[in-house]
Design a protein around this ligand. Structure first.
Ligand SMILES: [Zn+2]
Length: 329
């Protein structure tokens, strides 16, 4: 797909929206696309990995390339312990208007290497509405030689005006055998379980297999497995703002498993918790589970905005306890 897109450079659109499920490699695709467009001696359209342009790109300092991500997602060189907890909390989960204004100026300049000027916005749905409106101006009148690549796994959350100005490019979920082979090559333990937990998306599976992520999942699922219900206050008191989105994700997949267990006697995501799923599904109220699923969709929508993470976790876990206590006195 990448090759086909790059084969005919003159017909590359000014703006592309790369979208699809989380964790299937959209960021890597967007970067490979950028590298290919910037390369000075492309091979079949793809980056040659040996010209000056490719060298700068791999070093992360190509003068005609910018990537815009929320502050909280920025890779920094400081070891995490140097940073105070307060600074960590203050890092934004949204892309701010100042960030977009800065790159709009960059896009308006002429290129250093007389080729493309490439901007990647990732994830596009994390743009603050004011930032999205600001980017709209650049999308409406793209400077010559500009390529804007947006990356999104929740395309429905984007302003329609943004979406309509991009060529949409849906990346498919990779085949299971291919994904498992890749996870094995990455050294992920129990690749089958990891891939199932991530709903088939290999990069998400690798991310979720990291020790810190695996520990959060283990602690949460342990709570959700308890026949007496989750220990709401104790668990919620440990929840950080950056963990909310993940907690919501694990709860959603857990609820989906419970619903599937009730309706079909099987599970998809958390197969290694089968006995707990069976017992919780037995005690659960199906309608309450579906209502909680709707709450979780809403919580996920709000997870990137400032809020009180502990209250959110408390609310969700209490709703979970109510939904799964139908058989309790
Ligand atoms: Zn090159």
């Amino acid at each position: 797909m990448l090759q086909r897109l790059l084969a005919d450079r003159v017909r590359l659109p000014h703006a592309l929206m790369v979208h699809g499920p989380a964790g299937i490699g959209k960021t890597e695709f967007a970067r490979a696309l950028a590298a290919g467009a910037l390369c000075e001696s492309p091979r079949d359209g793809l980056a040659c990995e040996s010209c000056p342009s490719c060298h700068w790109f791999s070093q992360g300092n190509h003068p005609d390339y910018r990537e815009v991500v929320p502050e909280a997602a920025m890779e920094d060189d400081e070891p995490p312990e140097v940073e105070s907890a307060k600074a960590e909390k203050a890092r934004s989960l949204v892309i701010k208007i100042d960030q977009i204004r800065a790159v709009a100026d960059f896009m308006a300049l002429s290129t250093h290497r007389a080729g493309y000027r490439v901007l990647v916005v990732n994830p596009a749905e994390s743009m603050h509405p004011a930032a999205a409106n600001s980017l709209l101006k650049t999308l409406e009148e793209p400077p010559a030689g500009s390529l804007i690549v947006m990356v999104s796994d929740r395309i429905a959350r984007l302003l329609p005006t943004i979406r309509s100005r991009c060529r949409l490019l849906a990346l498919p979920m990779p085949a299971q055998a291919q994904a498992l082979a890749w996870l094995e090559a990455e050294g992920i333990a129990r690749p089958q379980a990891a891939l199932a937990g991530a709903g088939g998306a290999p990069l998400l599976a690798r991310e979720l297999a990291q020790p810190e992520e695996a520990e959060l999942r283990r602690r949460l699922l342990q709570e959700l497995s308890k026949p007496s219900g989750a220990d709401v206050l104790t668990f919620a008191s440990t929840v950080e703002r950056t963990a909310i989105e993940r907690i919501v994700y694990w709860m959603q997949t857990w609820i989906h498993d419970l619903v599937q267990m009730r309706l079909a006697g099987s599970a998809r995501h958390h197969v290694e918790f089968l006995p707990a799923l069976q017992s919780r599904a037995r005690d659960a109220d199906l309608h309450a589970l579906l209502a909680l699923d709707r709450d979780l969709v809403e919580a996920r929508r709000l997870a990137s905005h400032p809020l009180n993470p502990r209250l959110v976790a408390e609310h969700l876990l209490m709703a979970y306890n109510r939904a799964t206590s139908a058989a309790r006195p």
